[in-house]
Design a protein around this ligand. Structure first.
Ligand SMILES: CC(C)(COP(=O)(O)OP(=O)(O)OC[C@H]1O[C@@H](n2cnc3c(N)ncnc32)[C@H](O)[C@@H]1OP(=O)(O)O)[C@@H](O)C(=O)NCCC(=O)NCCS
Length: 174
């Protein structure tokens, strides 16, 4: 049986080992051991019997208006057994515990997240993400990730959209 739990520092090497092969082929952003240690409280891990970690995912908090699911990965041998779903569910529960009203993510596998209820949204509606990561990304004008959200998109754009930022996001519906 596989269960999820909040990550702790001793899990960092196992989390790194799961993310690294996907980062090496450009599927996930690379994370150093130091970055993972600093942000380990963002992570949940999926653990099978005998305490072997087979998946991970993180929830980055911007505020109660927005959080971001990041670094979701399942070891190749454990794919297609519901582990990814377990991780997303755990992170969504975590977002509820923090009273977060909108959860976003950026992905190249929109089908998986759409299957779990996410929908395409527009990146300019999530300025927190733009100013944290996108603005310094070399792919800003050529982003190949689909953005998705669940919940109520923050009303912090006053209905105004930056015409320079046209990349669609996926919106997750509850
Ligand atoms: C994407 C990933 C996390 C999915 O994890 P998983 O454990 O294989 O997925 P699950 O078995 O939990 O799938 C849950 C459901 O989503 C469906 N699903 C899985 N991948 C899918 C895809 N790419 N497109 C559409 N549906 C998908 C499954 O069929 C399943 O449906 P069901 O519950 O109705 O039977 C995993 O494939 C992975 O680690 N990929 C590499 C890293 C990556 O791309 N991470 C996402 C970065 S944003």
């Amino acid at each position: 049986m596989i269960r999820t739990r909040n990550a702790v520092l001793p899990d960092v090497p196992a989390i790194h080992a799961i993310i690294e092969p996907y980062a090496n082929v450009g599927t996930l952003l690379p994370r150093t051991l130091a970055e993972l240690a600093e942000n380990v409280r963002d992570f949940v891990v999926a653990e099978e019997e005998r305490s072997r970690i087979v998946g991970c995912g993180a929830l980055h908090l911007y505020g109660t208006h927005l959080a971001e699911i990041r670094s979701i990965a399942v070891s190749p041998f454990h794919k297609n057994r519901g582990v990814g779903r377990l991780l997303v569910t755990a992170l969504m529960e975590e977002s509820c515990r923090h009273s977060v009203t909108c959860v976003c993510l950026f992905t190249r596998v929109p089908g998986f997240f759409a299957h779990l209820g996410f929908e395409v949204a527009r990146r300019e509606e999530l300025p927190d993400k733009i100013y944290k990561d996108c603005i310094s990304c070399p792919k800003l004008a050529d982003c190949d990730e689909i953005a998705m959200v669940i919940g109520k998109i923050p009303a912090n754009t006053n209905g105004l959209r930056d015409p320079e930022i046209l990349i669609p996001l996926v919106q997750l519906r509850r």
